[in-house]
Design a protein around this ligand. Structure first.
Ligand code: FMN
Length: 468
């Protein structure tokens, strides 16, 4: 691993007043309650673009955090990822206000049909000129499943089986339904699209039947840039197969190092280049003009940590109602049908570190499950370089305590320092797709990606007749 690898940043955000630092919305300098206004997202996106971020990355869930005390009360009172607006609607807004910034959006495939979802993402890829990414998630909240017609969510591993078929469907729609030269826009001959070059996908599977063609014409990336964050054994197999970038959240380097080694080994087992996968690790960076200024901000933020709010978040992630435990109990790992890695990261992932419920709540109450890295630009840069060199990650998914203040601290104090050290991505050219910027090759999925490998059997997928 070369010492000169650039350090990459995403801004980890959500279309909600509260994301990874529950309680911090009460800080007098917090802007997070502006989340429902266009001005907030435009200001934030332009700041991130000026700071050379890879992307703004928008998390999402489709339910409420009601595992803690079996009630939605704590989540509502403390703005624990509620209220929560649709992230996809932000894409055209952000795209219009920027020219380079990637826009990663989370969408849970469990609850939306692949046929309609594929068109929605193609539309966003067109409107952003190829800057959209999709964080493929399977959900972890029973509260989402209940409101979408199920008694409870599918079992943990079955969600990934469904996800594999889902991706097969959307790959067929995005990659194989329309040939590159299907759209002619030939005014003289009166042919907009050549029907012989548009193919029905004839998909019949265990979960989905989609006989027809994709409704959208090919967008710049066709398949949006693919992010994933599965961290259980089944989740990592899924991520290794489909993802072009993955996310990990863990409190320390040991657990992150272990994740990186495992995901790259899983990638190798898929027969693909393990270095062609970007890994972003979650962190809250508090960068100031001086160490003292940054430390003062941290001390202030800590006064706004809300333990009950943090437990509502942790209970939702893990499916374990922490109201039924004493604050001084040690957290033990159990399998649940929620996400599995959140609990693992606070129990089995680092054998050197044991957490009580209180310690975990105070820890995740500021910046979620990632580390907090504080100081002057130079001090933070030293620590991030050590993270890259010791864990093998490519960059960081930056959570915030105060969204604009913390991102401004990074852009003003840390980014110039990383540039001086030659450890920040070079200025990008306008007009590149997200995939070209992040992976350096073309706008399309790599030829060995499973999305390029799907076939719509010629026998079952004849060209449409050219005249009716
Ligand atoms: C940084 C990060 C961001 C995530 N964002 C979301 C999200 O927005 N929505 C969601 O449903 N799951 C999200 N997840 C959860 C993952 O999709 C996955 O369910 C989780 O890591 C647990 O992995 P497992 O399901 O393999 O146990 C995120 C995970 C990480 C590490």
């Amino acid at each position: 691993m070369s010492m000169a690898r650039p350090i990459r940043f995403n801004a980890f955000q959500m279309n909600s007043p509260g994301h990874q630092s529950p309680g911090l919305w009460t800080h007098p300098r917090s802007d997070s309650e502006r989340y429902a206004t266009p001005e907030y997202w435009i200001e934030l996106a332009q700041l991130l673009e000026a700071g050379g971020f890879d992307a703004i990355f928008l998390a999402d869930v489709l339910g409420v955090y009601d595992v803690y005390r079996k009630s939605v009360g704590p989540a509502l009172r403390h703005a624990v990822q509620a209220p929560l607006n649709d992230p996809l609607a932000l894409v055209p807004l952000i795209a219009q206000a920027t020219t380079r910034l990637g826009i990663g959006v989370t969408a849970a495939l469990t609850y939306e049909h692949p046929y309609t979802f594929a068109r929605r993402m193609s539309t966003l890829d067109h409107l952003s000129r190829g800057r959209v990414g999709w964080n493929i998630v399977t959900g972890y909240l029973d509260s989402a499943a209940r409101n979408l017609g199920l008694e409870r969510q599918l079992g943990h591993d079955e969600r990934y089986d469904l996800a594999d078929e889902y991706l097969e469907v959307v790959y067929k729609l995005w990659e194989k339904s329309w040939e590159d030269d299907a759209v002619r826009r030939d005014r003289a001959n009166g042919v907009y699209t050549d029907p012989e070059r548009v193919h029905p996908i004839e998909h019949v599977g265990r979960y989905y039947t989609v006989p027809g063609i994709h409704l959208s014409e090919p967008s710049p990336q066709r398949t949006p840039f693919l992010y994933q964050a599965g961290a259980s054994p089944r989740g990592m197999r899924f991520a290794a197969r489909h993802a072009e970038a993955t996310f990990v959240s863990a409190p320390g380097k040991a657990a992150v190092r272990r994740y990186v080694d495992t995901i790259r080994a899983a990638r190798r087992a898929e027969g693909r280049d393990p270095e062609q996968l970007l890994v972003y690790s979650q962190a809250l960076v508090i960068a100031g003009a001086t160490d003292a200024e940054a430390q003062a901000r941290l001390a202030e933020y800590k006064r706004h940590i809300d333990v009950e709010a943090a437990l509502a978040l942790l209970s939702g992630w893990t499916g374990v109602d922490f109201a039924r435990h004493h604050l001084d109990d040690t957290i033990e790992y159990i399998d649940t049908d929620a996400g599995r890695s959140a609990l693992a990261s606070l129990s089995t992932a680092d054998p050197e570190r044991r957490w009580t419920v209180r310690e975990a709540a105070e820890f995740i109450g500021l910046g979620g499950r990632g580390p907090i890295i504080v100081g002057s630009g130079a001090a933070v840069a030293d620590q991030l370089e050590a993270w890259l060199d010791e864990t093998g990650v490519d960059g960081f998914n930056l959570a915030y305590a105060l969204p604009l203040e913390d991102m401004r601290g990074v852009v003003e104090h840390l980014v110039p320092e990383l540039r001086r050290r030659g450890r920040y991505a070079a200025e990008d050219l306008d007009g590149a797709t997200l995939r070209e910027r992040l992976l350096g090759a073309g706008p399309r999925l790599a030829p060995d990606h499973p999305g390029r490998q799907v076939s719509i059997e010629p026998a079952t997928a004849p060209a449409l007749p050219s005249a009716a």
